[in-house]
Structure formats: structure tokens, C-alpha cells
Design a protein around this ligand. Structure first.
Ligand code: CO8
Length: 258
């Protein structure tokens, strides 16, 4: 397993656990974090033994935002010229599921990174926010688009305009997170959930992820059509035959990923 400057990466059976590891900066996301994260996710996506990833931080901070110290001296030519942080598109291009396990602060780019994952499990101390307005800027890694899709316009607009944080209970009530877990159990719970996913038929996992994500990009009619075509397509796989035979024979399915 590769070593990364800003991440700890380990495998737990079929699950890749990626831990943001810049404690001195509350896991602020600098260019090195982005490079490491892309490399780790590409390795995960390419490894047939791995079925699901968990992305987490520390108990105090998932990530307190993009690194303000790295960004503060940049000009328009630097940001636009380098297409600063456009590399995060690679995170959402990961084909296997990635669960964000968020404890503590998920602010600015930290909240945006969590929202790029397929779903969020929140520690009971989690705090989400888009405080960029207090720095004289706006979200820049998708927050203004993904937050309203998750929690609706009213809450998203209030959070972006005031920079206020949302705690775990409000986040669950609003649909931003799938579940709240006591913080001490968060990573273990996320790995267990990821293991459940990783033990499903691999092509069905990819197809489920792809079609749920399509719901945010298409009309209802196109989305339903896309779903139906992928559903039909899975009837060309060995795992569909195996899964349905296993149900009839009252035994667990054994997947080949074919
Ligand atoms: N960037 C750099 N360093 C940070 C950041 C950050 N975002 N957040 C915390 N740190 C550092 C602090 O500077 C401090 O370092 P030092 O000890 O060297 O001074 C260390 O982490 C510990 O932080 P605090 O002492 O502030 O810890 P507290 O417990 O007192 O406070 C807070 C915790 C409330 C989380 C506080 O640190 C804070 O408000 N942080 C900034 C939050 C923020 O504004 N985030 C948004 C950043 S902007 C952004 O994310 C834009 C994303 C889009 C970019 C896309 C580009 C295209």
C-alpha cells in the first residue's frame, strides 16, 4: 500500500479506509491533500479486491475547509490559470461507492468534500457549514450546488449567506446525512456499512451508484429510462443468475463480478 504525505490509507478486508491526516491544520485541504486523495481513490477504484471506501478525518475535524493559508496570496490568474481544485471532479468520478464518515468540523471545502461522497454518516458531534462568506468569498467545490440539492434552498441559502453551522441532528433531519452514530463508534460503523456494500454483487453496486447519481443530472423520464436500461443490462450478468438462483434456493449468493 502506497504511503501518502497527508492521508493514512489501510484496507479492512474489502474496504479501503482513507483518513485525512493533517491534524495541525484540522485537515485543511491543500494541493497535496488533493493529489494524495486522487491517487488513493484511483488505486481503490482499480483494485478488484476492494468494494467500498470510507473517507474520514479526526474526531475534532473531518476537514475545516480548503487551506486558507495556501489560498490567501493567490490572484485571479493563479486560480483561473491552474483551474484551482478542479481536480476534485476526480473524486466524484470514482465508480465504486465512497462513504464520508464525518466527525467534528466539516466546513467549507470539508463540507463540500463530504457531499461529493455517496452518502454521509455523521458522528453526533458533526458540524457542517459553508463559512466562506466570512472570508469574502463563496463555496468553490460544489457547496452552492450540492447543499441545496441535499437540504433545500432555504437552509442552503441561509447557511451560505450567514456561514452558520448545522449540527448532526439538524443535518439528519434535513437529509444531508444518512444516519447519526455516536462519535466513538463512527469509523467502525462506517467500515461495517461499507463491508455490507462491498459484499454485494460488484456490477450491481456500480449500477446502483450510477443510477442514483443520474437522478441529479436528468429529467424524471430520462432518469427512469436510464434505470430501466441498466436494470435490463444486468440480466446479461452471471451475478443476476446467481443472485436470483440463490434466493430461490434459500442460500447466500456467491458473486463473480461478471
Ligand atoms: N485553512 C488553514 N488552516 C486552518 C483552517 C483552514 N481552513 N482551519 C483551521 N486551520 C488551522 C488554524 O489556523 C490553526 O493553525 P495554527 O495552530 O497554526 O494557528 C489550527 O488549524 C487549529 O485551528 P484553530 O486554532 O482555529 O482551532 P479552533 O478549535 O479554535 O477553531 C474552527 C476551529 C472553528 C474550525 C476554526 O479553525 C475555523 O474557523 N477554521 C476555518 C473554517 C473556514 O473558514 N473554512 C472555510 C475555508 S474556505 C474553503 O473551504 C473554500 C472551499 C472552496 C475552494 C475551492 C477553490 C476552487
Amino acid at each position: 500500500m502506497a504511503n501518502y504525505e497527508t492521508l493514512l490509507v489501510e484496507t479492512r478486508g474489502p474496504v479501503t479506509l482513507i483518513t485525512l491526516n493533517r491534524p495541525q491544520a484540522l485537515n485543511a485541504l491543500n494541493s497535496q491533500v488533493l493529489a494524495d486523495l486522487i491517487a488513493a481513490l484511483e488505486a481503490f477504484d482499480a483494485d478488484a479486491s476492494q468494494g467500498c471506501a470510507v473517507l474520514t478525518g479526526s474526531e475534532k475535524a473531518f476537514a475545516a475547509g480548503a487551506d486558507i493559508k495556501e489560498m490567501s496570496g493567490q490572484g485571479f490568474a493563479d486560480m483561473y490559470g491552474s483551474n484551482f481544485f478542479a481536480g476534485y471532479d476526480r473524486v466524484t468520478a470514482t465508480r465504486k461507492p465512497v462513504i464520508a464518515a464525518v466527525a467534528g468540523y466539516a466546513l467549507g471545502g470539508g463540507c463540500e468534500l463530504a457531499m461529493m461522497c455517496d452518502f454521509i454518516l455523521a458522528g453526533d458531534n458533526a458540524k457542517f457549514g459553508q463559512p466562506e462568506i466570512k472570508l469574502g468569498v463563496t463555496p468553490g467545490m460544489g457547496g452552492s450546488q450540492r447543499l441545496p440539492r441535499a437540504v433545500g434552498k432555504a437552509k442552503a441559502m441561509e447557511m451560505c449567506l450567514t456561514g452558520r453551522m448545522m449540527g448532526a441532528e439538524e443535518a439528519e433531519r434535513s437529509g444531508l446525512v444518512a444516519r447519526i452514530v455516536p462519535v466513538a463508534e463512527l469509523v467502525e460503523d462506517a467500515v461495517k456499512t461499507a463491508t455490507t456494500i462491498a459484499e454485494m454483487a460488484p456490477l450491481a453496486v456500480k449500477a446502483n451508484k450510477e443510477m442514483v447519481n443520474a437522478a441529479f443530472e436528468t429529467t424524471l423520464v430520462q432518469g427512469v429510462q436510464f434505470e430501466r436500461r441498466l436494470f435490463h443490462g444486468l440480466f446479461g450478468t452471471e451475478d443476476q443468475k446467481e443472485g436470483m438462483a440463490a434466493f430461490v434456493e434459500k442460500r447466500p449468493g456467491k458473486w463473480t463480478g461478471k
